[in-house]
Design a protein around this ligand. Structure first.
Ligand code: ADP
Ligand code: MG
Length: 319
């Protein structure tokens, strides 16, 4: 048997690099940087809702922090501190060891200190709060997309949605390589911090794609009081997905599949060259998928024809 204190000591206490007082006192102490704003976000991961009960604990640890880091990336900010509130049904040392290994792999990758939290008994539930910083006034928000802006996305979309189906043992008739890439996308998302930082002073608006391209782009449109057209064939995806672009099911997957944690951002056409340069330096694919207009509607075209997205089960394209 371990006490709660021993658990925290053993699994969640690691040296910190940017913290005045971390785990072990009643509360943590941090010093914020001058001329910066704090950027704060929280996400909860619930077993059975956000991940399968039997998912690899390492992956659960990585992803619970990564989804929070992605929100900081979408703001163009630098992640710095996190707290972890976890409820556990029992004390399973093998599980905790792997969970904390995955969590700290993500923390190290993005130079984040875990500075506190709470531990209780209950159904498996992981709640993380993240704190980042951004130079005052430079955060990338959702509400500043402008008519004529290009709409860009990073990486490939649809991978996590295919990955989810693989976990559910559906549609595995794709090559082993593609399956691996899709499982990696759903289990170990890579938040785009470096891209978010590079987009400051270039992009007009930005969001991370957690709920699906159309749903998340719609958040930008509403907040900015604008509309958009997107061309389906320009949406970046793996060749195995592109090969089936005629299928309604593939179209749905690409337009509405969530959890890719790529960035969707808008920028004036004059920024194209700078953006290509940024992408080359980061070795990250970014692709232009559409344009912002004043229509207050989201329209999708496929092979120069209007695509009826309500047929794909998406019906929030007007506001
Ligand atoms: P209190 O009873 O004062 O809330 P706790 O025993 O809950 O204290 O926590 C002791 C210390 O351990 C605090 O610094 C708290 O922030 C930290 N802590 C507790 N649980 C976690 C956790 N899961 N991850 C990281 N830090 C934790
Ligand atoms: Mg407590």
């Amino acid at each position: 048997m371990s006490t709660e204190f021993e658990l925290i000591q053993q699994y969640f206490t690691r040296p910190t690099s940017r913290t005045d007082a971390g785990i072990g006192d009643d509360a943590a102490l941090i010093t914020s940087s001058p001329n910066n704003q704090l950027v704060i976000s929280a996400d909860m991961s619930v077993a059975g809702t956000h991940f399968f009960q039997d998912a690899e604990p390492y992956d659960i640890g990585w992803k619970s922090l990564a989804v929070n880091v992605s929100d900081i990336a979408a703001m163009g900010a630098t992640p710095k501190w996190a707290t972890l509130t976890i409820s556990l049904p029992n004390i399973n040392h093998a599980w905790l060891k792997e969970f904390s290994r995955g969590l700290f792999a993500c923390a190290s990758a993005f130079d984040i200190d875990l500075i506190g939290g709470d531990t209780t008994r209950g159904p498996l539930n992981i709640s993380i709060q993240i704190i980042g910083e951004v130079p005052t006034g430079e955060a990338l928000k959702r509400n500043n997309a402008k008519e004529g802006d290009d709409i860009w996305v990073s990486g490939d979309l649809g991978c996590a949605a295919v990955g989810l189906r693989l976990l559910q043992k559906r549609i595995p008739d794709i090559s082993g390589d593609t399956q691996l890439a899709c499982l990696r996308a759903i289990n170990a998302p890579q938040p785009r911090i470096a891209l978010g930082l590079a987009l400051r002073k270039i992009a007009n608006s930005c969001i991370d794609i957690s709920d699906g391209l159309l749903a998340d782009l719609m958040h930008i449109l509403k907040a900015s009081n604008v509309g958009a057209t997107v061309s389906l064939e320009n949406i970046p995806c793996l060749p195995a997905i592109r090969a089936r672009l005629q299928d309604a099911d593939t179209q749905r997957l690409l337009l509405t599949g969530g959890e890719d944690y790529e960035l969707c951002f808008t920028a004036p056409p004059q920024q194209r060259e700078r953006l290509i340069d940024v992408a080359m330096k980061l070795r990250l694919q970014i692709v232009r998928i559409g344009t912002i207009n004043t229509s207050k509607k989201l329209a999708v075209t496929f092979q120069n024809k209007h695509l009826n997205i309500s047929k794909l089960g998406y019906d929030h394209f007007e506001y």
